[in-house]
Design a protein around this ligand. Structure first.
Ligand code: NI
Length: 142
């Protein structure tokens, strides 16, 4: 993250019940203060706004669970990796059981391209469960 900037205190009004629920949640998670919990919420929202920009550089962590009997996913993975050498920076394969495989792929590049590659894989028929997690290096976030 960027260099430390000066702190500003501000007051927030919210419903007593909502605050009680928030306090219970952050205590359960383990936050030591409301301030840190609120800072993280704000950063999370700002990062998710960055994902909306098509030209933003993002890191995508894509997980795919699929049955290896279908060659669909592995064939597509091979094609995509050869086509986008600079975008697919890592791929790990785990044999989960007799039939199921987990593939974790790390992508780095323009948001629009990372999303397109992930969608192409996620929409493959033999993928039982998959998820794309996007993050950024938060260049524009304090
Ligand atoms: Ni496998």
């Amino acid at each position: 993250m960027g260099e430390m900037s000066k702190l500003t205190r501000f007051g927030v009004s919210l419903e007593t019940n909502l605050l009680a629920q928030f306090d219970a949640l952050i205590e359960k998670i383990g936050y030591k203060s409301r301030s840190e919990a609120i800072r993280d919420l704000i950063r999370e929202r700002l990062v998710s706004e960055e994902w909306k920009k098509e030209d933003q550089e993002v890191i995508g962590i894509l997980s795919l669970v699929y049955n290896h009997a279908s060659r669909e996913v592995t064939d597509l993975l091979t094609r995509i990796q050869h086509r986008h050498l600079d975008v697919v920076i890592s791929a790990t394969h785990v044999h989960l059981d007799e039939h199921n495989c987990l593939e974790v792929i790390i992508l780095r590049g323009q948001n629009a391209l990372v999303t397109k590659i992930a969608d192409e894989l996620l929409s493959t028929k033999s993928v039982k469960h998959g998820k794309l997690i996007r993050t950024t290096m938060g260049q524009n976030i304090s």
